[in-house]
Design a protein around this ligand. Structure first.
Ligand code: ADP
Ligand code: MG
Length: 139
């Protein structure tokens, strides 16, 4: 699998860093092959983050993810899953490396600007959660 799902979360959209995130993707040899803006319902957010349903932060996280518009993208490229997670930085912005998206723009462990799939299996599930095959370009 050389595709991953990226989300610019509600805080990232509110902070007007959509362009910044896209610039970092495009300037690192990764290609956007699908993209749209939408707002999830609470139920859709719960379905997306179902793997985390036992976590103490699940209710707050899914409220947050449904709180405003998000930008969802499919990104393609060599080693894209690891490469995009490297561009994002650690979950906790305080532990994120210099120059990463979360280090530069996040201010909260929950509201951390971006999401990226963490394995080929989750990428397949997450891409199909938002896009059908006709919405994904081949470039
Ligand atoms: P990542 O997004 O880096 O893959 P996880 O999959 O572990 O991180 O968690 C999913 C999302 O849940 C995180 O991006 C963050 O928004 C939120 N989250 C993770 N850990 C915490 C926490 N300890 N407290 C609050 N929110 C958290
Ligand atoms: Mg994760």
């Amino acid at each position: 699998m050389k595709r991953t799902l990226s989300i610019i979360k509600p805080d990232g959209v509110a902070k007007d860093v959509i362009g910044e995130v896209i610039k970092r993707i495009e300037s690192n040899q990764l290609k956007i092959i699908a993209m749209k803006m939408l707002q999830m319902t609470k139920t859709q957010a719960e379905g997306f983050y179902a793997v985390h349903k036992e976590r103490p932060f699940f209710d707050s996280l899914t409220d947050f993810m449904a709180s405003g518009p998000i930008v969802v993208m499919v990104i393609e490229g060599k080693n894209v899953i690891d490469k995009y997670r490297e561009l994002m930085g650690a979950t906790n912005f305080e532990e994120a490396a210099e120059g990463t998206i979360r280090k530069d723009f996040a201010t909260d462990i929950e509201k951390n600007v971006v999401h990226g799939s963490d394995s080929p299996e989750t990428a397949a599930f997450e891409i199909a959660y938002f896009f059908n095959t006709f919405e994904i370009a081949s470039r």
